[in-house]
Design a protein around this ligand. Structure first.
Ligand code: AMP
Ligand code: ZN
Length: 116
């Protein structure tokens, strides 16, 4: 838990959010400002500021998020078949605005490339 981290507060249920998934180490909830019909954020409960702050200890957690949680949620959210986008913004030029590692799952519409 990091003081004043909004996503730590969501993970700890100190501020309300629309959860779509929870287990011992991970939660997922709906983005407040959805960029598509489906837009959820998957976060580790543990405070990790960004991908640049991960350590060898976090490998199993990151594999769990990418190999287990995201594919399961994609199926539950009905975007697995048509496809979806998974985004991790990192740092200022990467567009990261919340300093707690989060994986966006955005779907339900056609995506453009390159992103803006
Ligand atoms: P990023 O710009 O990659 O750091 O993404 C941060 C995301 O968090 C944005 O899509 C915001 O809409 C979203 N967000 C910020 N505060 C909340 C909140 N309290 N509940 C849900 N989503 C939030
Ligand atoms: Zn945090």
């Amino acid at each position: 838990m990091s003081d004043n981290c909004i996503f730590c507060k969501i993970a700890n249920k100190e501020i309300p959010s629309q959860f779509v998934y929870e287990d011992d180490t991970v939660v997922a909830f709906k983005d407040l400002d959805p960029q598509g019909p489906v837009h959820v954020l998957v976060i580790p409960k543990k405070h990790i500021a960004s991908l640049m702050d991960t350590t060898a200890e976090d490998k199993a957690l990151l594999a769990h998020i990418t190999c287990d949680v995201i594919p399961q949620l994609a199926k539950e959210l009905n975007v697995a078949e048509k496809g979806f986008r998974t985004v991790v913004n990192t740092g200022e030029e990467g567009g990261q605005t919340v300093q707690h590692l989060h994986f966006h799952i955005i779907g339900g519409r056609s995506m453009q490339w390159p992103p803006g």
